[in-house]
Write a protein that binds this ligand. Structure first.
Ligand code: AVI
Length: 334
């Protein structure tokens, strides 16, 4: 049995949003950063958080006392695995979006009746291969077929096995919260198509006391700050930029009207940064917006799911209603 610490570490890194292909880790990085620095307000995609150093920092975030989502989702899965497995039915196959590790899915597989196949999808083939090997070791009779693909784009999945039960998508970790609303809808629309006749099990962080949210993204050990600043360190390492890390401050706050945590890097002074020969001026207090982490209501998730073509089913939450796992019935086969 894996330790809970290891479980958390493996689990949420795997579901981090839109990680880049290992074959070309710089693909798009320089261009996206240049566009983000030229834009007003300045912003940058959170997918660039997850280089090796950033992934390690995210692993540590998942273990922080203030960061409740990982352990809460694990506790919901642990408590309700049998009820979830009952929805899945016998012989189901699991398609995990952004997979690459086995921990949360193992809680489901342990409760399922004759799981037929596990199809983890991730853009990093190396990460997938490692986690598939790990899962095969734990479930020698399970058919594990990793799919190297970008799950935010249209997917071609292997045909269902003869006699297989439902095809169930699994998207844990509230990674959907790091998408823009349009991206979230697009992802759900695409997944409704590939899961026709089956369902999606979606993990989502719920709106709660802003103080709890604030603490989760402003931890006392400064790990989230280091995670945020690693974006600049990564640019310095990989693109030769000259960000002075001590001249930028981590800022994370709950934007209540938008129902999201926003993370920014705030310039502590007037300064200049160069990227590929171009200079970018920062005024004191000017920010680079690095991440949104949207928080949801169950009703809001239902509206989004209905718009994408799903029919909402059971919802499982923890006693404090911090986080939820939402069962969404996919449309019928064509
Ligand atoms: C991966 N994602 C769901 C995390 C979140 O909570 O939005 C990323 C994160 N950013 C700061 N802390 C954790």
């Amino acid at each position: 049995m894996l330790s809970r610490t290891l479980m958390e570490r493996e689990t949420d890194r795997a579901s981090a949003p839109g990680r880049e292909p290992v074959t070309d880790p710089n693909a798009g990085f320089a261009g996206d950063l240049a566009r983000g620095l030229a834009a007003r307000p300045r912003s940058f995609s959170p997918k660039y958080f997850y280089d090796a150093a950033g992934s390690q920092l995210f692993d540590r975030i998942c273990e922080l006392p203030e960061y409740y989502p990982t352990r809460t989702e694990l506790s919901i899965l642990g408590t309700h695995a049998r009820a979830i497995a009952a929805e899945m039915g016998p012989g189901a196959e699991i398609v995990e979006f952004g997979a690459g590790s086995c921990v949360k899915v193992a809680l489901l597989l342990d409760a399922m009746e004759r799981p037929a196949r596990y199809l983890p999808i991730d853009i990093s083939g190396e990460h997938l291969a490692a986690s598939a090997a790990q899962l095969r070791g734990r479930y020698p009779s399970l058919d594990v077929q990793p799919v190297v693909a970008d799950y935010t784009q249209r997917l071609l999945l292997p045909a269902p096995l003869p006699g297989a039960g439902k095809r169930v998508g699994f998207f844990p970790g509230s990674t959907i919260g790091n998408f823009t609303p349009a991206e979230a809808l697009h992802f759900l629309e695409l997944s409704a198509q590939v899961l026709r006749g089956g369902a999606l099990l979606l993990g989502a962080d719920l709106i709660k006391d802003p103080d709890l949210l604030h603490a989760a993204y402003n931890d006392s050990q400064g790990v989230t700050a280091a995670f945020n600043l690693n974006l600049l360190a990564r640019a310095n390492r990989e693109l030769g930029t000259d960000f002075a890390l001590d001249q930028f401050a981590h800022s994370a706050f709950y934007n209540a009207p938008q129902q999201r945590i926003e993370m920014h890097l705030v310039s502590r002074c007037r300064q200049q940064v160069t990227l590929a020969g171009a200079a970018y001026e920062f005024e004191e207090g000017e920010t680079l917006h690095t991440e949104n982490s949207c928080k949801f209501t169950v009703e809001g998730l239902h509206r989004l799911a209905l718009e994408a073509g799903f029919r909402p089913g059971p919802v499982w939450t923890d006693p404090q209603r911090m986080f939820c796992l939402q069962w969404l019935h996919a449309p019928l086969p064509l």
